[in-house]
Design a protein around this ligand. Structure first.
Ligand code: ATP
Ligand code: MG
Length: 330
């Protein structure tokens, strides 16, 4: 099938829920694009609207306003959902089924031919590390195993678009790395992957591009590199046993930011950094490491969330993406 380069296009998507006459704006004029073959991460705190957005992209919920195109057509058309894999948040399989039988049941429901299932099920169980436990009842699986079975289930129909809602929820670090490897392998086959998560370090390692959703509004969008752009700060470490007096560097006009076992120095540009190296070498210091200090995605996230809470009037901030104006109609 010929997939357009823009796999998901969302324009001014708004979703409003009503509770006992009260309005709740779960999504507020969200603009978003996901390109073919990328791993896209949607970040947001609990209740930010991530699951609501995925449900709309899958045609499981209706938008209140705005346009949504998945592979160029409406997600509510049954044909659009073909070859889309979905790992729902907090999914459960019937506890009395074995891992094997669960996949067969879901494979049949998805219309995958029996013969294809015969080959695909053992292959997938092997891939997610459940080969040995395939005949065990799912009720006896641990949380991480259930999650990996869910991933196998989402991959059953060889999807070219995969939605994962909190895929590493309840999974230990080894299991998380395993899932990450499977996702990168899946992407190698050309599958576009959309991940909802609040596990920032996971997203940082796995996703090509990310968007941060805060109380229904998309407040940042870009590559992980863009969002965590290196500062002009460099961490400097000298070989063991050598010291560098921050006071002396400060006297010479260097901006020493911290001295916490190592030095962090802020420089105007690379020229200045190299002058610093010359200065240290002239003093016969042996440099063990110089590395740029990056802002972790977590810091960006906290900054966005706290910034929003503390300064609701700053909505016109130019760094925001999308069309959001001041205030919202919540
Ligand atoms: N079916 C529904 N009816 C009414 N309100 C809903 C419904 N689904 C979601 N909401 C509300 O919409 C908001 C966004 O919820 P959503 O589940 O999309 O958040 P989330 O970002 O996925 O959060 P989490 O990280 O906790 O999974 C919440 O305030 C939630 O209570
Ligand atoms: Mg959710």
């Amino acid at each position: 099938m010929d997939i357009p380069p823009t796999v998901i296009a969302v324009r001014r998507l708004t979703k409003e829920f009503r509770h006992w006459g009260r309005r709740l704006l779960a999504l507020d004029r969200v603009d978003l694009e996901v390109h073919r073959g990328e791993v896209f991460g949607l970040l947001g705190a609990n209740g930010a609207g991530k699951t609501t957005l995925v449900k709309i992209l899958l045609g499981l919920a209706r938008p209140t306003a705005g346009d949504v195109l998945v592979r160029g057509s409406s997600p509510r058309r049954p044909g659009t959902r073909r070859r889309i894999g979905y790992l729902p948040e907090g999914h459960r399989f019937p506890g009395y089924l074995t891992g094997d039988a669960s996949l067969r049941l879901f494979g049949r429901l998805a219309g995958v031919p029996e013969k294809a299932l015969d080959a695909r099920i053992p292959e997938l169980l092997e891939l997610v590390g459940l080969g040995e436990r395939r005949r065990d009842r799912v009720g006896r699986y641990s949380k991480g195993m259930t999650q990996r079975l869910g991933l196998a289930c989402a991959l059953l129909d060889e999807p070219d678009l995969l939605f994962l809602d909190e895929p590493t929820d309840g999974v230990d670090p080894v299991g998380r790395r395993h899932i990450r490897d499977i996702l990168l392998q899946t992407r190698e086959h050309g599958t576009t992957i959309f991940i909802n998560s609040h596990l920032l370090s996971e997203v940082e390692r796995t996703c090509d591009r990310v968007a941060i959703l805060h109380e229904g509004r998309l407040v940042r969008q870009g590559t992980v590199q863009d969002l965590t752009a290196p500062s002009r700060r460099f961490r400097l470490r000298l070989a063991d046993g050598q010291s560098m007096l921050p006071e002396r560097l400060a006297e010479d006009g260097w901006r020493v930011v911290t001295n916490n076992g190592h030095l962090e120095i802020e420089v105007a540009d690379l020229e200045a950094l190299n002058r610093l190296v010359d200065r240290l070498r002239a003093d016969r210091r042996l440099i063990a490491e110089i590395s740029p200090v990056r802002t972790a995605l977590e810091d960006v996230f906290i900054e966005v969330v706290e910034g929003e809470e503390h300064s609701p009037g700053s909505l016109e901030n130019g760094s925001r993406t999308g069309v959001h104006g001041p205030g919202g109609d919540r």
